[in-house]
Design a protein around this ligand. Sequence first.
Ligand code: ADP
Ligand code: MG
Length: 609
Amino acid sequence: MSVDPAVELPFFYGSISRSDAEQHLKLAGMADGLFLLRQCLRSLGGYVLSVVWNLEFHHYTIEKQLNGTFCIPGGKPHCGPAELCEFYNKDPDGLVCTLRKPCLRPPEMQIKTGVFDKMRENMLREYVKQTWNLEGEEIENAIISQAPQLEKLIATTAHEKMPWYHGQINRLEGERRLYCGAQPDGKFLVRDKNEQGSFALSLVYGKTVYHYQVIQDKSGKLSVPEGTKFDTIWQLVEYLKMKPDGLVTSLGEACVNSAAAEKTPSLPRTRGEVRGNGYTPPPRAFPGPSVASASVPVDRDVLPMDCAGFNPYHNPNDIKRFNIEREKLLMDEVELGSGNFGCVKKGVLKMESGHVDVAVKVLKSENEKGVREEMMREAEIMHQLDNPFIVRMLGLCNAENLMLVMEMAAAGPLNKFLTSNKDTVTMENIVNLMHQVSMGMKYLEEKNFVHRDLAARNVLLVTKQFAKISDFGLSKALGADDNYYKARTAGKWPLKWYAPECINYHKFSSKSDVWSFGVTMWEAFSYGGKPYKKMKGPEVMRFIENNNRMDCPAACPERMYTVMKECWTFSHEERPDFKKVEESMRSYHYSISAKAKTDETAAAANPTN
Ligand code: ADP
Ligand code: MG
């Protein structure tokens, strides 16, 4: 989950009001330069700095900029709230004085979480569960891999879970509900104003109900007439609880929508969305119930969870099978790829839940026995794996040939996809995909499997936004007490993807897969480029031994190149594991998605830019 960068600061109080802040400063003695930091209720990600000078309070808004930096309007940008406070500790730079003494949070006092912070986790979980019908581990996978996208989705629908939200009722009904029971000043409710998706606020003051229109500007920001603008209605409501901002009074107790309290959480509904219009569901990639894929709203990308292959074992009758009867399998002539074992063909598997597209690895019949055994071993490995970011095996079919039946990843190998779609695939898209690969690899690391052939050619795409690791031809399951596999002899190895210890000592571990992950990242961020250009394997080995590494690909973000270089740490003991790599990928993925979100808003606000 996105963590507030200020939680580490002992003078950060979270989502407290201005008057609470002033109360804390009073209790701490009102010395000049005494200060504290709190969450800004107006802008997501912003803060307020409250400072004492001359027995008076001064409150400075700190805005989060589009590029992720923080600044007090008119002041210098800083990379985080801590850095900002440190700066103003030395230089007033326009403030009434320097920040001299932090007003520390009492030891027993927790940081006050905002309304949305509290609800976010639960809402994400509920949302994913309801929307994609996922359970347990799959919910976690969905959330971790797509948190920024999901947060964006729920941010616009969070109010539907709020007790003060009454949905589509008219003005009169609003009044009727407010006049029910006690009528303290500030008792309020929010209702839909009309079908177009704007809101109205109804509020009691002096036993009379006042109605206000909530205005939406061109960029979608909401406010009461002449009031402060917010991204979402629930933020506006929280703010109006603190400050009337032009209303006859500030908001007080919610007029509770008793119908909403009982109803099951509603599914996300994008305001103004046209359902089932113009959206073609992605090709079904794998058996499973027809959840989700039929109802992706028109205004968002297809998420991995929209594809049935995310969570296939829903129907107990479709539970993993190992032996597939020949008559259940229809083979197509279309060849998806080939290798020395034979070729991979398109096929259709008849299952309880319907016909599904599959990829079938067909062993050439004239192959010697060893190759057949290799394929059996590959199947044995795949059979033990179950993760959305790993190609699933459906079973083996032993007929005219030995056939390994897998779920279909229709968009094919990552390197080829990127080479031929350079113009349409964004850097954020690649970060999302590589984060998914790191999640799949973290799963392998936890299960104690080594892949030994991780490369962009073996990352297959279900859709542009959904990657799966494939090709377990060289993979090994490690014993419970082993942390590496020792190859007796060197084979036809992908040397450019191999860590020094693989080549020098034939030792393969999750850490050597991490090295390969670095090379795979390099391939991805160079849009399917060939690593180490024209160098041959042994040359690459010398290059690495001499402490050289590949350069940062042209359009690759610096932080992603840093991860690559960490993956290429010579000593496997010092190299990060996938647990660490996945964390790095996740934090970068989340940070740029948040930025993309603010950029979008800015672009909408300034259409000429
Ligand atoms: P090899 O060991 O020869 O590299 P792979 O398992 O990588 O065998 O498969 C070879 C090619 O077949 C892949 O590069 C890809 O184009 C295609 N292929 C393999 N599995 C699938 C799948 N599940 N869905 C779609 N295409 C696949
Ligand atoms: Mg391959």
